[in-house]
Design a protein around this ligand. Structure first.
Ligand code: PXL
Length: 287
């Protein structure tokens, strides 16, 4: 592949309204200079977070022939990046993508739930299969709910101590991934932090975030996408975590200032230019 092009296969759903999944992943990666090739697993009229019953068109049967087509074209990818998946077959097709592109960075955002609850589309079988996908990943980006699901732990209702969090990060990395990033952790010292672990270096990192009292859909997708773009552009893990955190802070605070309906997601369009600018980042800390 030409050095000028960094190419990602993004295997996620496309929710037309509500600013999540491919609707935010593609513009985020493009703004970072990364070519994102969408492999939609389903098309939905909206996300599933409180906007009624979305119209859903399942595209499970689209994934495998698409892989074959790309292989016949000898297309190469620097990264395979999966997210919200709707069926066991979709997870199997992601595994096929991962094994077809062994040299690619394998990123799994194990989208399964939030705020201590599993999304209603996630059956126990699907959760079990997601564990298999996580095993082959190089990088995973669960939120605290998803981290608890992956470790078969209760969702922590109390703030996390550093030692407990480190043990969660290490245990997830023992499942397979070299980099484990957990978002949205309420820490015992009062901070809300995004944390990460680099198994090869044995290094733990945290980036503290400003707290805003509203939740927006799609923020996990944006976080993982900025991390993907950042790592592919050569950033270190703590800098990638900080870039993603600072960008989300900007998008969330911009949106909060307008008081828009939280179900409509963050005002990505107003924030994207930040990703195209150069920033010196030095606000990460060792955990
Ligand atoms: O942002 C995660 C996500 C992706 N896709 C769909 C969703 C959600 C979260 O609610 O509903 C369809």
């Amino acid at each position: 592949m030409s050095k000028q092009t960094i190419r990602v296969a993004a295997i996620h759903d496309l929710s037309g309204f509500g600013r999540c999944s491919l609707s935010v992943i593609l513009p985020t990666l493009s703004a970072m200079g990364i070519q994102a090739c969408a492999i939609p697993t389903a098309v939905l009229s909206t996300h599933t977070g409180g906007l009624g019953d979305p119209v859903l068109c399942d595209l499970t049967d689209y994934i495998q022939p698409t892989l074959q087509h790309y292989q016949s074209l000898k297309l190469d990818f620097n990264c395979i990046y999966s997210g919200f998946l709707g069926s066991i077959d979709q997870i199997d097709h992601c595994l096929e993508f991962f094994s077809a592109y062994r040299g690619a960075l394998k990123v799994v955002d194990p989208v399964m739930g939030d705020h201590g609850k599993t999304y209603r589309t996630y059956t126990p079988q699907l959760v079990a299969r997601m564990q298999e996908l996580v095993k082959v990943a190089d990088v995973i980006t669960p939120n605290l709910t998803e981290a608890a699901i992956l470790l078969k732990e209760e969702y922590p209702n109390a703030p996390m101590t550093v030692s407990r969090l480190k043990s969660w990060l290490v245990r997830q990395s023992e499942l397979g991934p070299e980099y484990v990033l957990i978002t949205g952790v309420a820490m015992a010292d009062g901070h809300l932090s995004n944390v990460g672990y680099d198994r090869n270096r044995g290094a733990f990192w945290r980036v503290n975030c400003d707290y805003v009292p509203v939740d927006y859909p799609g923020t996990g997708d944006i976080y993982a996408s900025v991390v993907v773009g950042s790592l592919l552009n050569g950033d270190s893990l703590p800098i990638a975590m900080e870039r993603a955190t600072r960008f989300l802070e900007l998008a969330i605070k911009t949106t909060y200032s307008y008081g828009t309906d939280s179900r409509y997601g963050v005002m990505l369009e107003r924030s994207l230019p930040w990703l195209m600018e150069h920033h010196y980042l030095k606000g990460y800390e060792k955990l």
